[in-house]
Design a protein around this ligand. Structure first.
Ligand code: N01
Length: 530
């Protein structure tokens, strides 16, 4: 067993862990990153299914901490593909000499607080023991794949894949009969390329999904030049927006304009493509009536694209628009016009069992060579609770969060001093440009550690009363929106038995950042310092 004494241990080498390493090292502290994967990249290391790419534009979904990096890196597409993002993260890792302080293939099994020192004691799956004064959990929001308990799944003798743990060797679907379960963002991205390859593709859909075209393509060099000429101002404009994404949010109600004008605005957003569609009107997330206009517009687009009326009907969602994460696609609906693609509505015809050679629904058997689970993630809490984390008095994080996650600002949780969460539940995280909000969190945490160092503070812990007030605020803000009205992973509703709590903060990034800044300016108000 190797023993290692650190000042700071960081778990995870994705966007968050890499930047945390860079920042914390600048404090002159002894720090190391522990990563389960065999390479760096987090989300972009694991999610390498065909068609995987970001749904936030490249010029925004990238680090802003280094003006030189920002100028030097040339994005090739409007939305970066997974391979390009992984190349970018490897470039950042080498450019800032991060690699020597990253330990790959090292899953963390447990993290216990030793109150006598006080230090965190981490045990790795490879038998190492690490002690650190501070523990930064950069474990990602969508990093623990969710596999539904489908009877017979272990009997399937064909190729079985999960989009969130895609093999690193090329997968060839040519000549194969492929089944895919799920129609969320991952499925929406990989269905078109798989359809181009497979002999036949069966899409097993339980809930129809809303998706808008990405309108991806080569990044206009002139646009890239213009943005780079004023990058800090561009970033500031993005960060001032609700999601820290340039969605150009309208301040007008969808009900304040006539049907023709409304259609014109939706058409404009549809042609622009991507998540800015959500900013077409100010009240799409607040008013069911306003929301219904967007939903009907998108159903109209499905009817226009999909030639078979029955297939179009099945593909048409009737849930609240944007209540589950809006998908961004390339040729998703058009794929269903192909003769080698069949949509199976497993709401009407539920999956009974996975057999050795395919899948049986209540109506018929499907022979499959390959089965793809695009069934999502145990989001936001899954990766944290997979580690046996025990804080004050041996309190398990699992028990502390029995009824759902409880945090102060999504950054810390009572009973677990000196443990920081990056983009934790209770912060804007998955509702924002993740890279921008990760940088914000890491900077806040670095500032906090610096403060502790300079003020001789050994322990910092979220106060219970402040945490409870924050949780109450997060819930209250969410309850004013339409978000809690559907079974989304934001609510934990996709994982059976998971507490149903709306996890991200919907108050908007600017409001949130101002609150964090107020807390740090006031001597880390709401934290007990010891
Ligand atoms: O997962 P999901 P995802 N039987 O949870 C279905 C981000 N992301 O990996 O809706 C049948 O959205 C489930 O059906 P239902 C993005 O934030 C981003 O696609 O529960 N079906 C659903 O259709 C996204 O939101 C990008 O009825 C079952 C699907 O599986 C998040 O990751 C790309 C089932 C799961 O959809 C998660 O997306 C990819 C069962 N037993 C992901 N269990 C970008 O574009 C589940 N399903 C950046």
């Amino acid at each position: 067993m190797t023993k290692l004494d650190l000042d700071v241990a960081i778990v995870g080498a994705g966007f968050a862990g890499l930047f945390a390493l860079h920042r914390v090292r600048s404090l002159g502290l002894k720090v190391r990153v522990f990563e389960a994967g065999h390479g760096i990249g987090g989300t972009w290391y694991w999610n390498r299914y065909p068609g995987a790419r970001c749904d936030v534009e490249s010029l925004e979904y990238s680090y802003q901490f280094s003006p030189e990096l920002q100028q030097d890196w040339e994005w090739t597409e409007r939305y970066a593909s997974q391979p390009e993002l992984l190349r970018y993260l490897n470039h950042v890792t080498d450019r800032f000499s991060l690699r020597p302080d990253i330990q790959l293939k090292t899953p963390i099994d447990s993290a216990y607080l030793d109150e006598s020192t006080p230090h965190w004691v981490l045990n790795t799956a490879t038998g190492d023991r690490i002690t650190a004064q501070w523990l930064i959990m950069a474990t990602g929001c969508l990093s623990r794949p969710y596999r539904p308990h489908l009877p017979g799944l272990d009997q399937f003798t064909g190729e079985l894949y999960h989009t969130g743990e895609w093999p690193h060797e090329p997968v060839n679907f040519r000549g194969k009969c492929v089944g895919i379960i799920g129609t969320g963002s991952s499925a929406v991205q990989c269905i078109p390329p798989i359809a181009l390859q497979a002999d036949h593709l069966f899409v097993f859909q339980r809930s129809a999904t809303y998706t808008v075209p990405a309108r991806n393509g080569p990044l206009d060099p002139e646009l890239q030049r213009r943005v780079k000429a004023e990058y800090p101002a561009f970033r500031a404009r993005c960060n001032a927006q609700f999601l820290a994404i340039n969605v150009n949010a309208s301040t007008v109600s969808a009900l304040a304009v006539g049907p023709n004008e409304r259609r014109r605005i939706y058409d404009e957003r549809w042609m622009r493509g991507g998540l800015p569609f959500t900013g077409a009107f100010a009240d799409l997330r607040l008013s069911a009536e306003a929301n219904a206009t967007a939903a009907e517009y998108l159903r109209g687009k499905i009817r226009e694209t999909v030639t078979d009326r029955e297939v179009a009907r099945k593909l048409s969602p009737h849930s609240t628009f944007g209540c589950k994460r809006l998908c961004v696609d390339t040729d998703y609906y058009a794929s269903f016009n192909r003769s080698n693609v069949t949509l199976v509505d497993v709401y009407a015809e539920p999956i009974e069992i996975i057999t050795s050679s395919g899948l049986r629904t209540t109506q018929r058997a499907y022979q499959l060579d390959s089965l793809v689970l695009a069934t999502g993630f145990d989001a936001m809490t899954g990766a944290l609770l997979a580690i046996d984390i025990r804080g004050r008095g041996g309190l398990k994080l699992k028990d502390a969060w029995y009824g759902g996650p409880r945090t102060y600002l999504g950054l810390a949780t009572t009973g677990f001093p000196n443990l920081f969460l990056i983009s934790g539940p209770g912060s804007p995280s998955v509702l924002s440009n993740m890279v921008a909000t990760i940088e914000h969190h890491v900077d806040w945490v670095t500032q906090c550690i610096r403060y502790m160092e300079t003020h001789g503070v050994k322990e910092l812990e979220a106060r219970h009363d402040f945490q409870e007030a924050w949780v109450e605020h997060v819930n209250q803000v969410a309850s004013c929106t339409l978000f809690p009205t559907c079974n989304s992973w934001y609510l934990g509703a996709n994982v059976p038995g998971k507490p149903r709590v709306f996890m991200p903060y919907v108050g908007g990034f600017p409001t949130y950042a101002a609150k964090c800044s107020e807390v740090s300016t006031n001597g880390f108000q709401g934290f007990r310092l010891g």
